[in-house]
Design a binder for this molecule. Structure first.
Ligand code: FES
Ligand SMILES: [Fe+2]
Length: 546
């Protein structure tokens, strides 16, 4: 975002009354009106603005060493004496707080965590260390609320499938491993639930509920120190089990047992500040999640933790055979329900969309079969017409490709020569993050096999010049489909591919099964926690997330 847009956005924030809704949700005409006022005041009084002590003056002071009250640094170019030019207000959508993680400005309006609107660098309003933050305002719905909505009488299967979430009792890729460095924290959202992923100073990864037990701030807005994750507000620090092990303020007498510390614990600090710690702190904890790394991706098990050990991480046969086989991760965010992406990846009838790149031509649907929690589809199609296939000589003409919705993953296999897997991270009903991995067991230059050691740049080239452009065509169509389905929610769709109905059945069944099991699990957990807490005194708390 340009410095002019950044300044105008800040001015709009200041002009809006405290009780106003976030700017991004203001009616377009209201935004235009506010923008005119903001632009007029800046253009007309640049000299006053640079000398006044009012917040607007701070905005126009030059240099990165003069943060605004929220820690946002103006660009050096903002010192222009002629005032900023008028900006196109429609571009303010860049700071929409509901934007998907990873998009520009997604944490712009957050009062605690700010992203510098000129440099894109995350800065911490508290002046200390800070995590990358997450999606502000995520709503964590209970299984009961989801169930009620999902069971609305008369809801057709198609509509149910588009409301359905993913069963949490599987491993989900939530982030690229390389994106979380030592002593960093990032937020990932799995179906409306934000999870803080953090790596301690020893390189060990952890996943924890993204809320502080104190006042619910996001822990992903905090910071990692050694082997703890600290909240940015009052400095409560959590260990790998989600337990509070340091508190950076006194425990008032009203809540303190005799055994609990009164004075700061010698030698212990939170980011240099005094704190109490030790075995006699109040028992406070938040939920943690099983976490693992495979194929360069971080996987989390968001459902019943007791099942995590018995549910295998997904595997990629080509990489099982040869873990060193050259491959890359394609990380794409799509503004569409996750099942639309599964449909798209398996419904080859959309060859028309890719008529320029020709990854598959005039496919013939040979079979559709449901086998347990997998829907398997076979197409006979020409996969040798694309420029990539011609260069690599991998395919010879008509081939049978198997595509599977192997719940909750989607994968393909072309005669054990070429394959892909798509890991989906459903964020909510309209947003999904995807991680694709493509593998080539065979890769040829004419009749010659290309050895694996020289494949990485070739694989990188295929991704850049061919696969990603093809996927972006899909992304465009998917976002269009989501938007238009919302627009025509009550209209019938004419569907000619039988796999779509089979996919919807599997999605609806698995979601209902998960909602039922989660409700039962949480109810029993709640009863257990209540019994454990009863009589333990006011100093003992345990988490119960019904
Ligand atoms: S809100 Fe987290 S420590 Fe107070
Ligand atoms: Fe496609």
């Amino acid at each position: 975002m340009s410095s002019a847009k950044a300044r105008t956005f800040k001015l709009l924030q200041q002009l809006a009354p405290e009780s106003s809704p976030p700017l991004a949700v203001l009616h377009r005409h209201t935004r235009r009106h506010l923008a005119s006022a903001a632009a007029a005041s800046v253009t007309a009084t640049p000299a006053t603005a640079t000398t006044s002590a009012a917040p607007t003056a701070t905005l126009d002071q030059p240099g990165p060493s003069t943060p605004t009250p929220h820690g946002v640094h103006p660009s050096p170019t903002s010192a222009s004496s002629s005032g900023p030019p008028l900006v196109d207000l429609e571009d303010l959508s860049e700071v929409d707080p509901s934007a998907a993680p990873g998009t520009a400005g997604h944490c712009g309006p957050c009062p605690v965590r700010q992203q510098c609107l000129t440099t894109g660098v995350h800065v911490c309003a508290t002046g200390g260390k800070g995590g990358k933050g997450g999606v502000p305002g995520e709503d964590i719905e209970s299984p009961l609320a989801e169930s009620l909505r999902f069971s609305t009488p008369g809801l057709p299967k198609r509509a149910k499938a588009r409301l359905a979430g993913p069963s949490g009792n599987f491993w989900y890729a939530v982030e690229v491993d390389a994106n979380v460095k030592n002593e960093e924290v990032v937020a990932a959202v799995f179906w409306k639930t934000s999870i803080a992923i953090w790596r301690d100073a020893n390189g060990k990864l952890h996943a924890i509920e993204d809320r502080c037990a104190h006042r619910q701030l996001r822990l992903s807005a905090g910071f990692v120190e050694g082997e703890t994750l600290a909240c940015c507000y009052h400095g409560w620090a959590y260990d790998e089990h989600g337990k509070v092990v340091k508190i950076a303020h006194e425990i008032p007498d009203a809540f303190r047992k005799e055994s609990m510390p009164v004075d700061p614990t010698p030698g212990e600090t939170v980011d240099g500040a005094p704190c109490v710690s030790g075995p006699n702190l109040p028992k406070i904890s938040v939920r943690t999640y099983p976490i693992a790394v495979k194929y360069g991706l971080i996987f989390v098990f968001p459902g019943d933790p007791a099942l995590a050990d018995s549910v295998p991480l997904p595997s990629i046969p080509h990489l099982v055979e040869n873990p060193a086989l050259a491959h890359q991760i394609v990380d794409l965010s799509v503004n569409a329900h996750w099942t639309l992406i599964v449909d798209n990846n398996c419904d080859f009838m959309h060859a028309f969309l890719h008529r320029k790149y020709r990854p598959f031509v005039w496919p013939h649907l040979k079979s559709t079969a449901r086998i347990g929690d997998t829907v398997r589809v076979e197409y006979l199609t020409d996969m040798a017409s694309s420029p990539g296939a011609k260069i690599l000589g991998t395919n010879t003409g008509q081939d049978t490709i198997v595509l599977e919705y192997q719940y909750p993953y989607q994968r393909s296999d072309l005669a054990n020569k070429y394959a892909h897997i798509c890991f989906l991270l459903p964020i909510d009903e309209k947003r999904t993050r995807t991680f694709y991995i493509f593998t080539w067991k065979e890769m040829k230059a004419g009749p010659i096999d290309i050895p694996n050691w020289i494949r990485p740049p070739i694989v990188a080239g295929i991704h850049k010049l061919y696969l990603v452009p093809v996927l972006k065509q899909d992304l465009y169509a998917l976002e269009e489909e989501q938007a238009c389905n919302d627009l025509h929610a009550t209209k019938n769709s004419v569907e000619l591919n039988p796999l779509v109905s089979a996919f919807q059945s599997l999605t609806v069944e698995k979601w209902q099964e998960y909602l039922d099991s989660e409700r039962a699990r949480r109810q029993s957990m709640s009863r257990r926690n209540w019994r454990a807490s009863f009589g333990a005194g006011l100093s003992d708390w345990r988490w119960a997330d019904l």
